[in-house]
Design a protein around this ligand. Structure first.
Ligand SMILES: [Zn+2]
Length: 455
């Protein structure tokens, strides 16, 4: 008898435990998910951007105020990762070779967490401030052995069926057409006009919004289009009862860091943080249902902060144009064979190099003379020039002076293998509170997806 009562009690307690466990699990599901990826945004990029913000606005970066933090390892099967392998790791949870998108090294297609989210009934948006079929966003919807098979990658969009894509353009493979016609035939409404996008009403239409976002540093005050502004609109368009998954990439942080352009890197990181703030404001309105994860695909530039970065904020503030734009200015000066004094004026005003020492001016003059007399033609295609600029003797000297004043150093013009910082807030975010490999991230997000509404 006693043992029977004990058995019944045991079963009752077990059932209660399982039931309460299920309830606890249910309540740990995220209805609204933001996965925000700063391309190339190493931990030190975040640190120096925070220093800059603190000095200029007396506030922290929003992404650094999140309670959950970890270091995320980024290497790929090729060693130091590129954005394709890192994107595949963050989107699909598998390690692959550099250059590969949404496939394993032996060519098997793997689905991204965005597809899992869609299967769970969430609406999906893929957002970037670089081309839509660039490596990081592409890892969420495409499968390709090579990241530069742009037309093949674009053709994966209709198959994904995702609700909204935003970016600056589509890269097109040589000899191929722009994919816009194909995509609109497949049911996507292509919008190029910001006013049309701004005035869109919520509906069932699938949207691709293409509009350039220049570097923040090269944009005159109060730019009309920002990643943050686009995110606000996208949230408005896809917020639904079944929830959403939005991937937002700050893609130009990587380009600026490839150029070893400190002020540009910092301002792009801050612009990305403005988008994080939009997600954070949404979280504050829906705290029990929202998850935000902010990470990076890898570090670009191997940025080092020395023991004297006290002058960094001032140096960053003083620079008014990107190195890429300064290069354009220098090319124009060369075309008109402008005298050094004229070039110096532009360098001082736009690049913020005030109070130059005589020795610095001599270095700049020498570099300018070399530049004027060289007939070196760049072999880089336009897109690469825009991304990476090119080594130019004048810019090289400008960098030396400004990096020295800011107390920073760059280790490479490529990617580094240093782990990146991931921060998170919201429902279920505590599962990100340990150091991890980048391939673990999408699996953890998947754990927090709600069950499909029809199940
Ligand atoms: Zn890169």
């Amino acid at each position: 008898m006693t043992s029977r009562i004990f058995k019944i009690l045991f079963i009752a307690v077990s059932v209660a435990a399982i039931f309460s466990g299920l309830c606890a699990n249910e309540s740990r599901k995220a209805k609204y998910i933001f996965l925000m990826i700063g391309d190339g945004m190493g931990s030190n990029h975040r640190a120096i951007a925070s220093t800059y913000l603190k000095a200029t606005t007396n506030r922290k970066m929003i992404m650094d105020s999140f309670p959950v933090k970890n270091l995320t390892v980024t290497d790929s099967l090729s060693g130091t990762t590129d954005s394709a392998a890192a994107g595949t790791a963050l989107a699909c949870g598998v390690k692959t070779q550099n250059g590969m998108l949404g496939i394993t090294p032996d060519g098997k297609k793997v689905n991204s967490v965005a597809v899992d989210a869609q299967n769970a009934g969430l609406k999906v948006a893929i957002m970037t401030d670089v081309p839509i079929n660039h490596a990081t966003p592409a890892a969420f919807f495409a499968h390709s052995a090579k990241r530069n098979l742009y037309s093949e990658i674009s053709r994966c969009i209709p198959e994904s069926g995702f609700d909204i894509f935003t970016g600056t353009s589509f890269l097109v493979s040589k000899g191929e057409h722009s994919p816009e016609k194909f995509l609109s035939k497949k049911g996507y409404r292509i919008i190029n006009d910001f006013d049309v996008f701004k005035n869109l009403q919520k509906g069932s239409e699938k949207i691709i919004f293409i509009h350039d976002i220049p570097y923040v540093i090269d944009t005159p005050a109060s730019p009309q289009i920002t990643l943050a502004g686009k995110l606000s609109k996208v949230i408005e368009l896809i917020k639904s009862d079944t929830g959403f998954f939005i991937m937002v990439e700050g893609g130009k942080i990587d380009w600026a860091a490839h150029n070893n352009d400190l002020a540009n890197t910092v301002k792009e990181t801050v612009a990305f943080d403005d988008a994080v703030k939009v997600a954070y404001d949404f979280y504050r309105a829906h705290p029990g249902e929202t998850l935000i994860v902010v990470t990076a695909d890898h570090d670009t530039g191997g940025l080092v902060l020395t023991d004297n970065t006290a002058g960094a904020a001032e140096v960053i503030n003083a620079q008014w144009c990107s190195k890429a734009e300064l290069l354009n200015n220098l090319i124009s000066l060369k075309k008109s064979a402008a005298p050094f004094e004229q070039a110096l004026k532009i360098i001082v005003e736009n690049y913020g190099l005030k109070n130059l020492k005589e020795s610095n001016i001599a270095q700049l003059k020498q570099a300018y003379d070399i530049f004027l007399s060289s007939n070196q033609k760049t072999l880089l295609p336009e897109e690469l020039k825009k991304m990476y600029g090119m080594q130019n003797p004048v810019i090289s000297i400008c960098s030396q002076i400004s990096d020295d004043r800011a107390g920073i150093k760059w280790n490479t013009r490529g990617h580094s293998g240093t782990p990146v910082t991931t921060t998170a807030i919201g429902i279920g975010s505590e599962i990100f509170s340990r150091d991890m490999d980048n391939t673990e991230l999408p699996g953890l997000i998947k754990q927090l997806l709600p069950p499909h509404p029809d199940n």
